[in-house]
Design a protein around this ligand. Structure first.
Ligand code: ATP
Ligand code: MG
Length: 355
């Protein structure tokens, strides 16, 4: 995959700027506040539909406009692809692939792969657990775009469950009885089950991904630190999983919800689930977050980022090689196959054609 052009219109401080990337490597040089980070942010948005700097589209649109656009041409093995994101200061963003508007944003993910490394990434080691969760999520979104949907579902269930817990708590404090105690039990049970189902999907995917990423990061870390340091990466999910088994994880989830029932009702918020996961990095058996020197933390982040790059490369290539027969391809992509295949995997196209 190669990013050929990037066209920014009314995006951040760019009014209309077309950039051609002709060289294998490009270095952006400019004064402070000229828009270097903004340009990289545009690429990040194309890859993940998220910006680590901003959550509101309003901030992304040039301040004197109401609509902004990021458009890019990519060279892929099977030909060119055009991606575009239209951002609105009010209203939903829309995405298009080859000028065809996509109904599901999910279909946009995984086409452009990018790994970002910046000074802000030190936060990955030093910052709050949320930073590490976001990091896991952004890798997973690129590796398996469906993850974006799974995570969104989980967050939606979490919000609704929290709203119910809050309502119950409020009722308790104010002594009203909007919901009878049976209604409370029934409604909570409904959300518990949904939270466990969606939550275990998130947890299992995070665990699987980290299992693959950790040895790569360790190898990089050994090589960068000159083999003087040993890195350990430990996924500490809020609901621990013994095995990668959906039923087992869901059971563990429900039993932890039972255990935490009283504190949850007391605090009026959900205390169980992957929104409270953590990833622990230890260097020579010492937690890097609290005790790592600046140099150690930098080495660690670099190793993590290089591992991320390698993993994305490996998985994308594996995806390319997954479909070795036309029948398998048809099974996975029964309709609209060619378009989807070209999104996911270019090499099998020649592979298939030669069969
Ligand atoms: N929505 C917006 N509309 C107009 N200008 C914006 C918008 N969002 C950000 N900017 C401007 O973009 C500029 C920052 O750009 P950016 O962060 O890309 O700078 P940079 O080139 O990376 O600078 P540095 O070298 O300091 O990191 C700021 O001047 C900021 O005011
Ligand atoms: Mg910058």
């Amino acid at each position: 995959m190669y990013l050929k052009t990037l066209h920014l219109r009314q995006f951040r401080n760019y009014q209309d700027c077309l950039v051609n990337f002709n060289a294998p490597k490009t270095i952006l040089v400019g004064d402070n506040a000229q828009g270097k980070s903004n340009l990289l942010e545009a690429v990040e948005l194309l890859a993940t539909l998220k910006s680590h700097r901003s959550v509101r589209d309003r901030e992304l649109v040039w301040e004197e406009a109401t609509v902004g656009e990021i458009r890019a041409n990519l060279e892929r093995a099977y030909g060119s692809v055009e991606l575009s994101v239209t951002l609105r200061s009010q209203g939903r963003r829309t995405v298009a692939l080859n000028q065809e508007s996509l109904r599901r944003q999910l279909d946009f993910l995984g086409i452009l792969n990018a790994v970002q490394f910046s000074s802000l990434d030190l936060e990955l080691v030093r910052g709050a657990p949320e930073k590490r969760r976001n990091w896991l999520d952004s890798i997973l979104t690129q590796l398996e775009p469906i993850y974006a949907y799974i995570l969104q579902q989980y967050n939606q269930i979490l919000r609704q469950r929290n709203a119910l817990l809050k309502k119950i708590r409020k009722q308790e404090i104010e002594g009203t009885n909007e919901l009878s105690s049976q209604e409370q039990i029934d409604q909570l049970a409904l959300w518990d089950a949904q939270l466990a189902t969606a939550g275990s999907r998130v947890t299992r995917r995070r665990a699987r991904m980290l299992q693959r990423l950790a040895p790569i990061a360790q190898a990089w870390h050994t090589s960068i630190s000159g083999a003087t340091e040993v890195l350990d990466i430990n996924y500490a999910p809020n609901v621990s999983l013994e095995e990668d088994d959906p039923e087992g994880v869901q059971k563990a989830f429900l039993s932890k919800i039972q255990q935490r029932r009283i504190p949850e009702q007391h605090q009026g918020t959900t205390l169980v689930g992957p929104h409270r996961d953590e990833v622990e990095f230890t260097i020579n058996q010492t937690p890097a977050r609290a005790y790592g020197s600046q140099g150690q933390q930098r080495t660690l982040v670099l190793a993590l980022k290089l591992a991320e790059l390698k993993l994305i490369e490996e998985v994308v290539i594996k995806n390319l090689l997954t479909f070795t027969s036309y029948s398998e391809f048809k099974r996975v992509f029964p309709y609209d196959g060619a378009r989807k295949l070209s999104r996911w995997a270019q090499k099998p196209w020649t592979c298939l054609a030669s069969k």
